[in-house]
Design a protein around this ligand. Structure first.
Ligand code: GTP
Length: 271
């Protein structure tokens, strides 16, 4: 049964996977790969698109913000630029999000996962009121996890790596949801270096010290902050292009969802 366990009113299934990442990290390509994987493995999932401005998607979305909100018309009607248009479209969609939740609840018994693609401009989802409303609506009904997609080859540069990790860190503390660092494009560069830097901050500091643009004291303090953050996450290496790492990804999702249920039960026991 997929109904909630014990006294909690949260369901065990489906698990909501919020896919976020910097523009160009390969979110959309990875979504497509994950969808293909679920089809191959008979994993039952829904796909949701939350990007109002995307022109074409390589996969078929079961729930699409573009069916409800016409981004171009919102821009015209409210006299907005592209980013304002995306933000306002998402705000309009967020006001109806209880309907989206009921659609998923009705299908809950037939679903293992809901894969959620977010707007290409990451901050539109992670730092907006509507993003918070949508995240909260999901997380109060279903186990919800964040997959933070990292462009691995670009992150070989220590400065880029640290910026990326600080961003992921801010998302972890803002959402308070389990976070999976999803190192994408491992067909181009293996993510071993990242695991080493996360394991041993002195190794990172050595790498960073060759970069003159960073003052070493700042780097040292930040890597100490991140050290604590790394303890709270899972990381997987994937390639949206070659398909490597899909099993590892879904295993990490499964573990994170269990963690979510434990935390949720604990929180209920306190109230
Ligand atoms: P926005 O929608 O603009 O935010 O971009 P995105 O993050 O969705 O990235 P997208 O899926 O458009 O991919 C960006 C580029 O990276 C494309 O040229 C992809 O072909 C490429 N790419 C994505 N995943 C991989 C991968 O696993 N390996 C390699 N080699 N290239 C990849």
């Amino acid at each position: 049964s997929s109904s909630g366990s014990g006294s909690s009113n949260i369901r065990r299934k489906p698990v909501i996977i919020l896919v976020v990442g910097m523009a160009g990290s390969g979110k959309t390509t990875l979504m497509h790969r994950l969808v293909c994987h679920t089809h191959l493995k008979d994993i039952r999932g829904y796909v949701m698109n939350l990007d109002p401005a995307v022109m074409t998607l390589p996969y078929a979305a079961n729930i699409d913000v573009r069916d409800t909100v016409k981004y171009k018309e919102v821009m015209k009607q409210f006299n907005l630029g592209p980013n304002g248009g995306i933000l306002t479209s998402l705000n309009l969609f967020a006001t109806k999000f209880d309907e989206v939740i009921s659609v998923i609840e009705k299908r809950a018994d037939q679903l293992d996962y809901v894969l959620v693609d977010t707007p290409g401009q990451i901050e539109i989802f992670t730092w907006s009121a509507s993003g918070a409303i949508i995240t909260e609506a999901f997380a109060s009904t279903f186990p919800t996890v964040v997959a933070y997609v990292v462009d691995t080859p670009r992150s070989e540069d220590p400065t880029t790596f640290m910026s990326n990790m600080l961003y992921a860190c801010s998302i972890l503390y803002k959402t308070r949801l389990p976070l999976i660092l999803t190192f994408n494009k491992v067909d181009v560069a293996a993510h071993q270096f990242a695991l080493e830097w996360m394991e041993d901050f002195e190794a990172f500091q050595t790498a960073a010290s060759s970069d003159q643009s960073y003052t070493s004291t700042l780097t040292q303090s930040l890597s100490l902050v991140l050290d604590e953050f790394y303890n709270n996450l899972k990381s997987v290496g994937v390639s949206a292009v070659s398909g490597v790492g899909m099993e590892a990804f879904f295993n990490a999702v499964e573990t994170s969802a269990e963690e979510y249920m434990e935390t949720y039960k604990y929180c209920l026991s306190l109230t």
